[in-house]
Structure formats: C-alpha cells, structure tokens
Design a protein around this ligand. Structure first.
Ligand SMILES: Cc1cc2nc3c(=O)[nH]c(=O)nc-3n(C[C@H](O)[C@H](O)[C@H](O)COP(=O)(O)OP(=O)(O)OC[C@H]3O[C@@H](n4cnc5c(N)ncnc54)[C@H](O)[C@@H]3O)c2cc1C
Length: 378
C-alpha cells in the first residue's frame, strides 16, 4: 500500500483480514494522510493539520465500519460567513436571506423573492457565474460566491463550468446544518488514532518516512497506489493541476471567533476561511485556542496537492495518464490522488472496501485485478 491515508489503511486492513501480508508505506512521518490530527503543542487543542475534516455520510455500512476503530462524538458543521461588513449564516438559508435583505419573509415569500432576483434571461447557463446569476441573482452571487470562488480556484467564475453549481444553493428554512447526511460526527481521539488502530494488525507492516521506488515495489505481488497518478509515472507527460492551501497559524486565549469555520466572501480579504480547531472538539475544554487562516493558490511541485482542478486541460492530460495506467501490470490506483478526484472520507472508505472485495474476487477467479477501482474519467 503506497500511502497510509484512509485508502491505504482500509485496503491494508481488509486484505490483512483476508490472510494477505501487507506493507503500508508513507513518505510522511504519520499515518492518516490528509486527515491527520495531532495535539497542538502550545494549546493542547486537537488540530486537523491539513485542514478541517468532518465525517458525514449516508452510507450506514461505512459509518459502522469506522466506529469499529474508535468512538465518534456527535458533530454538526455550522459555518458562518463574513462579507461586506456583516456576519451571515451558511449555507444561504432563510436567516441569511432575511438578514441580507432586511426582511422577515416566510419560506414561500422568500422563494418567490429569490426567484424574482434570478436572471431569467439566462436560459442555458454555461459558466459558474451564469448558473449562480440564474439561481440567486447578482446580490447574493456577488456577496457569497464571486469573491470566494475566485480565491478558491484562482480564476474568474466566468471561466468555471456551470456544472460546479449543480443545484440551487439556497435553503428556504432555518436549517444551518452544512451537511445533509444522516450520519455526522467527529472521532473522539482524532483521525490519526483511528487510522493507527486500522493498521494495528499482525499481518500489516507500517513503514513511515518511506518513499515508493520501483525496486521496493518489485518485491511484492501487487501494489495499491494512493499517491498522485502522474507521480507514479514520474510526471513524464506533465503535471495534473491541483490547488494547494497555505495555513497561517494564530494562537490566543479564550474564544477567538466563536465558531469552527468562518468563510470570507470579500475578494479583498486574502484568505478564504478561518478555522478555530477547538470548536471541532466541543466535548473538550481548552483555555487557549489556535486558529488557522486558510488561503488557496496554484500547486507547485514542492507543495502538497489538495484539490484536483479537473477542467478541460487537466481532463485531457488525465486521459493520457489513464491510458498509460491501463497498460501497466501489478498496480491498482486508488483514492483521491490515485484517481485525481475530490473524494470525501466516506467515499474513500467505501471505494477502498469495494476495491478489497474486487481484488479478492479477481484473485479467486485467477483474473487480473483492476487497474482502477473507479474510472477517473467516469
Ligand atoms: C482541505 C480539505 C478538507 C477536507 N475536508 C473533508 C471533510 O470535511 N470531510 C470529508 O469527508 N472529507 C474531507 N476531505 C477529503 C479527505 O481529505 C479525503 O477523502 C482523504 O484524505 C482521502 O484519503 P486518501 O487515502 O485517498 O488520500 P490521502 O489522505 O492524501 O493519503 C495519501 C497518502 O499517500 C502518501 N504518498 C503519496 N505519494 C507517496 C509515495 N510516492 N510514497 C509513499 N507515500 C506516498 C501521502 O503522503 C499521503 O499520506 C477534505 C480534503 C481537503 C483537501
């Protein structure tokens, strides 16, 4: 298993349970990949080192699976937004709309009001901007979407496809629970402890601070690769584009912002959001606090790849890497980097469980295991 994130850990555990001997390697000095959590040395707060992670899923089997490795505390993600000198509730809901327009509308009135704001002259929206204008009109678009999207993706919303904003991003009630999933929570001891327990199996050998090399891979019957797809091929066709994140750390006493996540919609505020991590563990008590200002930019070869860009240019290059991968023997590409897709943790775990099953079935049938558990272009 190349990578000790959820992909490598779940696959490793499932194959070890099935009687295989598994080695899990990671270049980092810790397990859990980008979901890694650790105690902040100054405040004692459990910090989500690569950005905040909230577990949310409708997949009951996955929910039960993760709880087999540690207790979860109930957690609801309630996000606020600072924009144009005010603080609003997100996702845009009836509270946001009434506050923004200084009204006291009920759901039906608000629905009619927002429909009246929408630009109905746009009949076939092609870009993110057109889609947003078609859904909510210029006021809400410019306050909540335009600046934020520009900062997050480093380009104008006129250059992004309409498909990014699939549904009307507004709720006509006071529900401010960011996610709709039936199961939502946070691992009591953090994600890293959870993944350490997954990897705690007599048939699993864990090697941290270890980079994959073809020589290392040659000693194994099969390689599961959860590193970057293009990285497996030494980036020989060029680099798939990612956005990376910078985190500026701020420590202080008490409560710094009163909530876990504050988004910043204004284009002239450099960061996209601030996250105060003690609010991700509301069952703990800490006098001091640590907050991160998060901003996004283009990923260089020296940065951590976070969000795959997947626009027209990247998809063309991805197609070339997929062809290359399909002609490769003895390797299966998995996870967010291995398939160049944004995957939530629950989807990552579901795919790893399914990949383990498919691998066992292929071996039993004497067939070649699939190169991709999920086709990256599908
Ligand atoms: C900012 C941000 C916030 C997110 N928030 C949420 C959230 O709230 N809820 C949610 O469900 N999901 C969230 N996610 C998604 C979540 O991070 C992923 O689902 C998860 O990390 C995918 O796990 P993985 O194992 O596929 O990849 P990773 O966690 O990236 O693990 C891959 C591992 O492979 C290692 N590796 C790479 N190349 C090599 C190599 N050559 N040799 C050895 N090791 C190598 C890396 O060091 C890494 O540890 C978020 C993602 C981001 C970017």
């Amino acid at each position: 298993m190349v990578g000790a994130g959820f992909s490598g850990a779940v696959l490793g555990r499932e194959l070890a349970n099935a009687g295989h001997r598994v080695t899990v390697i990671d270049t980092r000095n810790h397990v859990a990949g980008n979901c890694h959590t650790e105690r902040d040395p100054d405040t004692g707060v459990m910090v989500h080192v690569y950005g905040p992670h909230i577990f949310h899923t409708d997949d009951t089997a996955v929910w039960e699976y993760v709880q087999g490795f540690g207790a979860f505390e109930p957690y609801r993600n309630r996000v606020k937004a600072t924009a144009r000198g005010q603080v609003f509730s997100l996702p845009i809901n009836l509270h946001t709309i009434n506050q923004f327009y200084g009204k006291t509308m009920n759901p039906e009135e608000a629905r009619a009001f927002i429909e009246a704001q929408a630009d109905t002259s746009i009949t076939n929206p092609q870009t993110f901007e057109e889609q947003a204008l078609r859904f909510v009109g210029p006021d809400l678009y410019e306050t909540f979407f335009k600046g934020y999207t520009q900062k997050q993706w480093g380009c104008s919303p006129t250059e992004l496809p309409a498909s990014i904003l699939k549904r009307l991003p507004v709720r006509f009630n006071y529900d401010d629970n960011y996610f709709k999933h039936v199961h939502q929570g946070m691992p009591r001891d953090g994600y890293t402890t959870l993944v350490e327990r997954m990897l705690d199996h007599p048939a699993i050998e864990l090697r941290l601070n270890t980079e994959f090399t073809p020589e290392l891979g040659a000693g194994y019957d099969h390689v599961f690769w959860s590193g970057p797809l293009d990285g497996y091929f030494g980036y020989r066709l060029g680099r798939l584009g990612y956005r990376t994140l910078d985190f500026e750390r701020v420590i202080g006493d008490g409560d710094l912002q009163g909530c876990a996540v504050m988004n910043y919609g204004d284009a002239d505020v450099a960061y996209t959001r601030t996250t105060e991590h003690k609010h991700f563990s509301p069952w703990e008590e800490h006098e001091a606090s640590v907050l991160y200002r998060e901003s996004a930019r283009a990923c260089t070869p020296d940065d951590i790849p976070y969000y795959p860009i997947r626009l027209v240019e990247e998809k063309a290059l991805l197609g070339e890497y997929v062809s290359l991968a399909e002609s490769t023997q003895g390797v299966t590409f998995v996870g967010r980097l291995g398939t160049y897709r944004y995957l939530d943790m629950d989807v990552t775990i579901r795919e790893a469980l399914d990949t383990a099953e498919a691998f066992k079935t292929a071996l039993a049938a004497g067939e070649r295991p699939a190169v991709f558990a999920r086709p990256p272009l599908g």
